[in-house]
Write a protein that binds this ligand. Sequence first.
Ligand SMILES: CC(C)(COP(=O)(O)OP(=O)(O)OC[C@H]1O[C@@H](n2cnc3c(N)ncnc32)[C@H](O)[C@@H]1OP(=O)(O)O)[C@@H](O)C(=O)NCCC(=O)NCCS
Length: 140
Amino acid sequence: MTRLRYAFIRRPDRALVLRLEEMYRAAGWWRPKDTPALLRRIVRGSRRFLVVFEGGRAVGMGRALGDGANDAYIQDVFVDEALRGRGIGAQIVRRLVRRLKADGAGWIGLIAAEGTRPFYEKLGFRRMKGCDPMLLQGSG
Ligand SMILES: CC(C)(COP(=O)(O)OP(=O)(O)OC[C@H]1O[C@@H](n2cnc3c(N)ncnc32)[C@H](O)[C@@H]1OP(=O)(O)O)[C@@H](O)C(=O)NCCC(=O)NCCS
């Protein structure tokens, strides 16, 4: 495996936007109405957007929403299927957490996709007792 590079991005070029789209599609997080322009706005509007590169190719990502003062949510953590199980996903989350803490975040939450709870538990996240993740009907 070529050396991996982890980089926070803000203004992805066209090639990277298309590659991010591929990853969103592979994860099942791409709706028919989504566009590369929307993806650009998602990157810019995220508090932090981390991409993992192997050579010149993006092979993983993760991002955080936040107020830059106290609260942050991690989401869209993804690693190319062929590269899973090598610690890349854990690195993405650790690096996001480190950066968010440096930004001042004292509350860092996320919604674990089905089957990923053990992954996040290994990274120090715990189920929030007495809370249910909720979504506005029709907004997903
Ligand atoms: C979840 C995901 C990001 C994990 O990435 P990864 O690079 O394979 O994870 P890592 O290799 O860094 O795993 C770190 C540890 O978590 C464990 N782990 C990873 N995924 C796991 C899972 N689904 N269930 C149980 N344990 C898991 C690994 O075995 C490893 O354990 P170890 O430290 O004891 O060796 C990756 O499977 C993925 O992209 N999934 C599809 C998208 C997704 O569901 N993302 C989560 C959105 S909330």
